[in-house]
Write a protein that binds this ligand. Structure first.
Ligand SMILES: Nc1ncnc2c1ncn2[C@@H]1O[C@H](COP(=O)(O)OP(=O)(O)OP(=O)(O)O)[C@@H](O)[C@H]1O
Ligand SMILES: [Mg+2]
Length: 447
């Protein structure tokens, strides 16, 4: 039942409001002056306040700021004997929802009140929904995660460019999504792009679009992802991989909100909020000339660092249970139980691959586990080795040769197969003889 406070010095108005609104099912309280209103609102929360503009001790408009307190504040409707646009506008600017001109009919009163309350109801439901979208999938109650959420809350409402840093698998993309869905662009598109996934020319037209005939094969014009993200958010993942020749174009987009499609002659305006992420220190890329310094500073206006999992071990239990339930549901298994010993083992690991590695470990455990109980043996097995070079990015600046890649890959598959040659050969798509030959060539122990 919504609670309503009526503030009016006219006895007749108070009686009318009380009668009409009580019969409409509201809980009503009435007072006859500003001091009475403040006393009442200090005592309890109201969903709506009907407040006369002409009160004996203070005028209703100047009282507004003191009525609009609490979380959430009440909807305030002004009552005025002289419904002048001026007063109404002043009141609305100060946060009043609507106004009622005296005299008003019971019908008018009921309508204005129920409309204001319905609006609030909708707004609350919408707020909760977007909050759930933003944070729903983000697990963790550690101080580090609470701080991260607080930072997101602070940064989300603005349009500022944000740089998200953190090791691989820490949840950078999740943070980017949270920033989008907690902000005012939540209703528009969130568009992720991996800057390392495409070579320069392709990435150029992917991001900025191209005109028809811009290059061989460009049979039709294409709008770029910047345009797709217009009004929304463009998430530039692995920004450190952005080819140097595209960097001035991105800088211009950030500074002037202007992009130029490949082959195009004129620039067009876009309104996309840019969020970038990197898992390696960008300062280093700047030093080695891979990233323009001006772009770096423009991107890093606000930097959010996502802590590695080993710095928030308190979250490991929550995350593990969440991933276990998720995986079990997908595998159509029962609700899994993680033994205390298994949990202790998980909490003691270093997790170089962070949350993603934990997620993979749990998923694997759910599949391996006997029944619905996940024990130490299920989570302590050989974990998938670090990705071999070439499958993602190279470590340092050493570019492996094909032979090196092949050797590393064979070793990794052998490890995955517990050194069973037949299985490894099958996995590699070659026959046993070929595998033996390769093992000899690469000097891999063939025990
Ligand atoms: N706090 C969290 N709660 C629940 N799931 C999480 C959390 N953090 C990360 N994850 C999950 O872990 C996986 C990796 O997260 P994400 O892709 O956001 O990491 P990343 O930092 O972008 O990694 P990379 O640097 O490798 O791109 C995803 O499946 C994501 O849903
Ligand atoms: Mg990522």
């Amino acid at each position: 039942m919504s609670a309503i406070l009526v503030v009016d010095d006219e006895r007749g108005i108070r009686a009318l409001c009380n009668d009409v609104l009580t019969r409409a099912g509201y809980e009503v309280e009435t007072v006859d002056c500003a001091a009475g209103a403040l006393a009442a609102t200090a005592r309890r929360r109201f969903d709506l306040v009907l407040c006369d503009i002409n009160l004996p001790d203070q005028d209703g408009v100047s009282l507004l700021p003191r009525l609009l307190v609490g979380e959430p504040p009440p909807a305030v409707l002004l009552i005025t004997a002289y419904p002048s646009i001026d007063t109404a506008v002043r009141g609305m600017k100060l946060g009043a929802r609507d106004y009622l001109g005296k005299p008003f009919s019971p019908d008018e009163l009921r309508m204005v009140v129920s409309r204001a309350l319905a609006e609030d109801e909708l707004r609350r439901a919408h707020g909760e929904l977007t909050k759930r979208l933003a944070y729903g999938s983000m697990i963790g109650e550690s101080p580090a995660m609470q701080q991260l959420r607080a930072t997101i809350d602070k940064v989300a409402p603005s349009d500022a460019t944000v740089l998200i840093t953190g090791d691989s698998g820490t949840g950078k993309e999740l943070v980017a999504r949270a920033l989008h869905f907690a902000g005012r662009r939540a209703g528009r598109a969130f568009v992720p792009v991996n800057c390392g996934a495409l070579v320069g020319t392709l990435l150029d037209s992917e991001l900025f679009g191209h005109v028809r005939g811009a290059f061989t094969g460009a049979d039709s014009a294409k709008r770029g992802l910047f345009v797709t993200a217009d009004g929304g958010t463009l998430f530039l993942d692995e920004i450190g991989e952005l080819p140097i020749e595209l960097q001035p174009k991105l800088l211009r987009a950030l500074q002037d909100g202007e992009i130029k499609p490949v082959g195009g002659t004129s620039a067009m305006r876009v309104d996309a909020r840019v969020i970038a992420a990197t898992n390696r220190p960008l300062a280093e890329a700047v030093r080695s000339g891979l990233l323009r310094e001006d772009l770096y500073y423009r991107l890093a206006v606000i930097t959010i660092e996502v802590p590695p999992l080993r710095n928030r071990r308190e979250d490991i239990g929550l995350l593990a249970r969440h991933f276990a339930e998720d995986a079990a549901q997908r595998a159509e298994r029962g609700r899994p139980e993680i033994t205390d010993a298994a949990l202790a083992h998980l909490q003691a690991q270093a997790w170089p691959g962070n949350v993603r590695e934990l997620e993979n470990t749990i998923e694997r455990a759910v599949i391996l586990a006997a029944g619905d109980v996940i024990d130490v043996a299920d989570v302590a097995g050989p974990r998938p080795a670090a990705p071999s070079p070439g499958l993602s990015t190279f470590a340092g600046d050493h570019v492996p040769t094909l032979d090196e890649l092949e050797r590393t890959h064979i070793l990794r598959v052998l490890e995955l197969c517990d050194n069973q040659k037949t299985k490894a050969a099958a996995m590699l798509g070659i026959n046993r003889t070929t595998l033996w030959k390769k093992l000899r060539t690469y000097g891999i122990e063939a025990d």
